[in-house]
Write a protein that binds this ligand. Structure first.
Ligand code: HEC
Ligand code: HEC
Ligand code: HEC
Ligand code: HEC
Ligand code: HEC
Ligand code: HEC
Ligand code: HEC
Ligand code: HEC
Ligand code: HEC
Ligand code: HEC
Length: 320
């Protein structure tokens, strides 16, 4: 047998032996999740909200940890003045569900009655977690959340947002970029390349181009097309030009990468290769002196400087 085949057989054998144990562990965890979920559903239909509201909860939850539950009072959700906010009505229970018997000490050998929790480790499925937030936030910004790539991938609102902190990480450029690039490592790598949009210093952030809540536009962009997104800030590239360069008006990413590149000006390829990738036989009909420095420089831009388009009467070859 070849070495590769032997190794393959060995791996399959190990998997075969291990799989019943792995499955058993998984199903225990699944059972616990299911039980918690069922209890929470029952609590919701019983609807036993506490009378003391936030005050009652803080008796046990306002601890000295570096991120105590009362952190919520430092942001919009904690403001009683906010008429649509949680503090106006069910308070903590607007998000964590009715208290029921949660505050009672559990009987010996039993667990405390659970509350709705958020984030990837919660037994509550992401979709249900999100329905809590969407009960107040189903507006135009999130109208197509359910068909977004992020919803499809099982992210919860809490994968990105923090409601018990003074500053929501998504509304701070530095924290936003850090959160997004924890999952999007390729984008992170791009940001550190030779040229990139100024995101590392916080001048720009992901949400300048993306709305991660929606699926209406491709790549969850803020605008209906890539070019429309770029024109938001680079309006001068829109023209109209007397002489257009076809790929420019079609798709900026024919030549540029949006997040960063090892080449100057975030170009996808070096010059002149970039131009030659589309223009196979340039200058079949133009002759240059053998010692023309512009040609020796190797860059097409030495002559075709108006690569985004020209409005000069003689700008047909994008030279002026
Ligand atoms: C008598 C004390 C007590 C009161 C009152 C209380 N809790 Fe708890 N709560 C606990 C304890 C202890 C835990 C730790 C988890 C456990 O034992 O299962 C907990 C866990 C939680 C959790 C899950 C935290 C985690 O890390 O998974 C949430 C959410 C929660 N409580 C919310 C509330 C809310 C909202 C209220 C008010 C309606 C409230 N609690 C009232 C004692 C209390
Ligand atoms: C009871 C209604 C309610 C629920 C439930 C609710 N929110 Fe809010 N939220 C509000 C209101 C009201 C505001 C303030 C909006 C405004 O002023 O335009 C707000 C603001 C926000 C903001 C902007 C924060 C800022 O500093 O400006 C974020 C982010 C947010 N909510 C996320 C969430 C998430 C995530 C959840 C679920 C865990 C959630 N909300 C649940 C009512 C709610
Ligand atoms: C992939 C990360 C991500 C997820 C998941 C996410 N958000 Fe956001 N959210 C953001 C970013 C980024 C912003 C800032 C957008 C801006 O500046 O316009 C934001 C802003 C907000 C705001 C305040 C501004 C506004 O658009 O009204 C609210 C409210 C909000 N999100 C609610 C939610 C809710 C509810 C969910 C879950 C259904 C959710 N978000 C899921 C990244 C996320
Ligand atoms: C707007 C919805 C919302 C409200 C209102 C709310 N919480 Fe939370 N709570 C969350 C989310 C989401 C998390 C997950 C961590 C985060 O986002 O900061 C959480 C986490 C927690 C935890 C788990 C420990 C932790 O910090 O991760 C406890 C305990 C808790 N909340 C208690 C409370 C108490 C007590 C109140 C009332 C004073 C309250 N919550 C009000 C949404 C809410
Ligand atoms: C200047 C606008 C702009 C900014 C800022 C921006 N993007 Fe993008 N992003 C785009 C465009 C345009 C595309 C689609 C075209 C492409 O990938 O070439 C895209 C595609 C993506 C994709 C999907 C395709 C892929 O490359 O995997 C992800 C994921 C992504 N961006 C994440 C991010 C993150 C995370 C940030 C913040 C660190 C960010 N983007 C900032 C414009 C931007
Ligand atoms: C918990 C992990 C996680 C976080 C945090 C996260 N994403 Fe994503 N995102 C994903 C996954 C998984 C996909 C789908 C696979 C892929 O394209 O990489 C995705 C897809 C995308 C896409 C492509 C969507 C499309 O419609 O084609 C964009 C753009 C994107 N994310 C931007 C962001 C931005 C901006 C943030 C921060 C505000 C962010 N993501 C935070 C996991 C995450
Ligand atoms: C939110 C505003 C904004 C949007 C949207 C935007 N840009 Fe930029 N762009 C900038 C800023 C700011 C700079 C840096 C300018 C400087 O350093 O002088 C820049 C620089 C550039 C550069 C030159 C980089 C260099 O290192 O020379 C290119 C190329 C570029 N952007 C292409 C694009 C493309 C393609 C898009 C669409 C996918 C786009 N931009 C969308 C703001 C934006
Ligand atoms: C045919 C390839 C090509 C396409 C398509 C293209 N560019 Fe460029 N772009 C270049 C080249 C080459 C440079 C470098 C110019 C230089 O070094 O003088 C550049 C430079 C830039 C710069 C930085 C210098 C400047 O001129 O401001 C920005 C910003 C820019 N492009 C934006 C865009 C936008 C926005 C689009 C889409 C509307 C686009 N580009 C489409 C080739 C292209
Ligand atoms: C993605 C493909 C693509 C890339 C990359 C590209 N071009 Fe073009 N270019 C075209 C197309 C398509 C046309 C219009 C059709 C034609 O005349 O060939 C055009 C037209 C031109 C013209 C005008 C020809 C005329 O007579 O109308 C010049 C000059 C030119 N390109 C130079 C460049 C230079 C310089 C670069 C590199 C910076 C470049 N092109 C990169 C596709 C591309
Ligand atoms: C020394 C100046 C110079 C350099 C360098 C140069 N060109 Fe040209 N290019 C011209 C002239 C002059 C024309 C003819 C203009 C006219 O007919 O009006 C032309 C025409 C073109 C055309 C139009 C189609 C054609 O063949 O007539 C394309 C496409 C083109 N060049 C691409 C390129 C590319 C790609 C490069 C880099 C590999 C490049 N050029 C480098 C001067 C230059």
């Amino acid at each position: 047998m070849k070495k590769g085949v032997q190794l393959w057989c060995f791996i399959m054998l190990v998997l075969l032996v291990l799989s019943p144990t792995l499955n058993a562990q998984e199903s225990v965890a699944d059972d616990a999740r299911l039980e918690a979920e069922t209890t929470l559903d029952q609590k919701f239909s019983a609807g036993n909200y506490s009378r003391r509201g936030a005050e009652g909860c803080l008796r046990c939850h306002d601890d000295e940890s570096d991120h105590p539950a009362s952190g919520i009072f430092a942001n919009v959700h904690g403001k009683i003045a906010n008429i649509h906010g949680p503090m106006r009505d069910k308070q903590c229970e607007a998000c964590h569900g009715p208290a029921g018997n949660h505050a009672r000490s559990p009987r010996k050998g039993q667990l405390r009655e659970p509350m709705v929790t958020f984030g990837p480790d919660s037994p509550v499925p992401a979709e249900k977690q999100n329905s809590v937030c969407l009960s107040c936030h189903q507006d135009t910004q999130r109208a197509s959340w359910h068909s977004s790539e992020h919803a499809f991938e099982g992210l919860s609102c809490s994968s990105c947002h923090r409601v018990h902190k003074k500053q929501d990480p998504m509304l701070d450029a530095g924290q936003q970029i850090q959160t997004c690039t924890t999952c999007h490592s390729q984008t992170k790598a791009d940001l550190h390349k030779r040229t990139s949009h100024p995101m590392l210093n916080g001048t720009m952030q992901c949400s300048d181009c993306h709305n991660p809540h929606q699926s209406v536009n491709e790549f969850s962009l803020n605008q209906p097309s890539v070019n429309a997104a770029c024109y938001d800030c680079h309006a001068e590239k829109r023209g109209p030009f007397l002489w257009e360069h076809e790929p420019v008006s079609e798709d900026c990413t024919a030549c540029h990468t949006p997040h960063g590149s090892v080449n100057p000006a975030m170009l996808k390829q070096r010059l002149p290769q970039l131009c030659q990738s589309c223009h196979q036989v340039p200058h079949a009909n133009v002759e240059f002196a053998a010692n023309d420095l512009r040609v020796r420089g190797g860059s097409c831009l030495n002559c075709h400087s108006q690569v985004h388009g020209s409005s000069h009467p003689r700008g047909q070859a994008l030279r002026n």
